[in-house]
Design a protein around this ligand. Structure first.
Ligand code: OXD
Ligand code: MN
Length: 633
């Protein structure tokens, strides 16, 4: 499938270190052509037109420049079991689980790949040998695209420069939305040492012609998929999947996995966190970061429209990833390394996230959503009345005529919109600031139907790190897990750690021991408590979450009191400084001794099973102290 009629296949203008890399990979992958991307509008439109003609995307008639792609049903989410960090030394990346490593029975997963619940590891040389085989001739009949891109604002000292080689035009047009992609980046590269450029290689893994029963519009190779990272070489190599989290290497692979490893080495933090600016009714502004596991509402919180307390304003800087550095004055500052949103579509509606819904009606690439016969998008929870008078027919993500009676969703639960950040109407004025924004509070959260209160504040930095370490949440469709089991997801980073979780905790703790830092306070929220009898959510969530942010805000300005519980500080309901703006069901702030004793047991078991001797003493003693406080309750 030749996409590019006027390919720029000259090496001129490529910095020599990138030229060598590109030449080496062309030799290995044997594409029929190559194209060096410049990130221009013209190039983008040519690619979209060619993809439309080939049936890879369909134009959505109701909107301006919006397209829909539907995937092979086997390639719909991140594949954590095949995502690997490769180094020389295993302990740099994972701890040996108490129960030992599972035996790999799938012949397509390398047998020496070590899987753990906190990430997978394999020896660099062994993995490179396997990848060499997979990439040998893998781009035959396809064009190799060279994508120069930057993670973080241009001219920020905190940004990173990268190049991705891919044989997927879907990846090119998506990377143009999600990152700062431009040929100017090649000029920036000239000033860098070659080893400072992150090199990414991606292939859908289906050379042409193929006799495999493969979708021509979504080629992928699920059996052979491997998403690999080489922090010691600043390299990412991704094979077999075209799905965003696996193929858009700037996002999870670079900004989180390679990013966290760089952050450890260079003394900063790369986190799975949204960044939001909040202005209170008195006009005081504070910035927050918040970590929730995938598909738990980070995008909705980042674009919150306040309900319940007049006068608040929320502005968005990012919805998924924060890179944070302490500045010379000791303040933690955050930049968003991304340039777009790759948000979960289902559940996005006028009432849950009007900003996102408005934003996606132009220049958006949708993946695996459904389409109405009117040329509009459709997904579960979009809020349109499909039983109303006008009933357009709906084409599901599986490209079949859909009705509720089929008993399966019209849009895949992990379907996405991919939209530039510049289209967000509540963008913070500082969203592109090279220095980032000063962070006053860090918020952790998860989907916990029972036991975890709506909000609590940690006692201090070390306790806050323990709160992050002990996060758990219901599984969602963002990865390959089935059902709603409660999974440990420390710092919402479980699928994204680039190095050993024990050292990651020590890194976080180290900031608590440095003099002169203004450490943000750390909170934990849970919007998802349910009534055990009715199974209804106890908290309205969405816009009303401002009432919880308001409490945090007033804690930081010394205006709200709190009462001490064994797990942390919770709003004092009996005085007027409790959660403002309406009634709060007392069940939302209850702390049950039995629940938390069980939670401690689960944490102890998890740490013993998965972190063992790499667990910092401080975290162990925080757990002991929590148990002690509970025993006195
Ligand atoms: C995402 C994820 O796509 O976390 O952001 O899976
Ligand atoms: Mn995410």
């Amino acid at each position: 499938m030749e996409m590019f009629a006027h390919a720029n296949n000259s090496f001129d203008g490529l910095p020599s270190k990138i030229r060598e890399y590109v030449e080496e990979k062309i030799k290995l992958c044997q594409p029929s052509n190559f194209h060096v991307c410049d990130g221009s509008e013209k190039e983008n439109q040519q690619l979209l037109d060619a993809m439309e003609e080939a049936g890879v995307v369909r134009r959505l008639m109701k909107y301006k420049n919006c397209y829909i792609a539907t995937t092979d049903p086997r390639d719909v989410a991140r594949v954590e079991s095949r995502t690997v960090i490769c180094t020389k030394n295993m302990n740099d990346i994972i701890s040996i689980p108490a129960a030992g490593f599972p035996v790999i029975t799938d012949p397509n997963i390398p047998k020496n790949l070590k899987q753990t619940p906190l990430g997978n590891w394999m020896d660099t040389d062994e993995m490179l040998e396997i990848l060499e085989e997979r990439f040998d001739g893998c781009m035959r009949g396809r064009t190799l695209y060279v994508i120069p891109y930057m993670m973080g604002p241009y001219s920020s000292p905190y940004s990173k420069i990268a190049v991705e080689l891919t044989d997927s035009p879907y990846v090119v047009v998506s990377m143009r939305i999600m990152t700062r992609m431009s040929s100017n980046v090649f000029n920036e590269m000239k000033t860098l040492d070659g080893s400072d450029i992150v090199k990414c290689l991606h292939s859908v893994g289906v050379p042409l012609p193929t006799d495999k029963p493969i979708s021509p519009t979504w080629p992928c190779n699920p059996e052979k998929t491997l998403i690999t990272h080489f922090p010691e070489r600043n390299e990412i190599i991704s094979f077999g999947s075209n799905y965003g989290g696996n193929s858009l290497c700037g996002k999870k692979c670079l900004a989180l996995r390679i990013g966290s490893s760089l952050a450890k080495r260079e003394g900063w933090l790369a986190e799975h966190m949204l960044i939001m600016g909040v202005t209170n009714p008195e006009g005081i502004k504070k910035y927050f970061v918040a970590a929730f596991p995938s598909a738990c509402g980070k995008t909705n919180l980042a674009m919150l429209r306040p309900v319940g307390i007049p006068g608040y304003k929320v502005e968005c800087i990012g919805d998924d990833i924060a890179w944070m550095h302490f500045d010379e004055e000791g303040r933690l500052r955050a930049i968003n390394p991304e340039f777009g949103f790759f948000g979960v579509a289902p559940g996005t509606s006028k009432s849950t996230n009007p900003i996102a819904l408005d934003m996606v009606h132009e220049n958006t690439i949708f993946t695996n959503v459904a389409e109405t016969s009117d040329g509009e998008v459709y997904w579960e929870g979009i809020g349109t009345d499909i039983d109303g008078l006008h009933q357009p027919s709906i084409r599901s993500w599986k490209n079949k005529r859909w009705s509720v009676d089929l008993g399966e969703p019209a849009a895949h639960p992990n379907s996405r919109f991919c939209t530039s950040i510049e289209q967000c109407s509540i963008l913070d004025p500082e969203w592109n600031s090279p220095q980032g924004v000063p962070i006053d509070g860090i918020i952790f959260g998860g989907r916990r139907p029972v036991g975890v209160p709506l909000i609590y504040e940690s006692f201090n930095w070390q306790h806050g790190v323990f709160v992050g370490a002990s996060m758990r949440s219901e599984a969602t469709a963002a990865a390959e897990f089935k059902g709603k089991q409660i999974m440990h997801d420390p710092f919402a980073m479980r699928p994204f750690f680039g190095y050993n979780f024990g050292s990651y905790l020590s890194h976080w703790l180290s900031f608590g021991k440095k003099d002169g830092l203004h450490l943000p306070r750390i909170y934990h929220v849970n919007w998802f408590l349910k009534d055990s009898y009715t199974n209804e959510f106890l908290w309205p969530g969405f816009g009303e979450n401002i009432r919880v942010i308001d409490w945090i805000f007033r804690r930081l300005t010394g205006q709200a009191s709190a009462c001490k519980t064994p797990i942390g500080l919770v709003p004092d309901q009996s005085d007027s400084n409790g959660i403002r703006g309406g009634e709060v069901n007392p069940k939302l702030l209850e702390i049950s001794k039995d629940f938390w004793n069980d939670e401690c047991k689960a944490m102890r078991k998890y740490f013993e099973a998965n972190v063992s001797t790499n667990l910092p003493d401080e975290i162990q003693s925080e757990l002991n102290n929590l148990e002690k406080r509970l025993s006195l309750m």
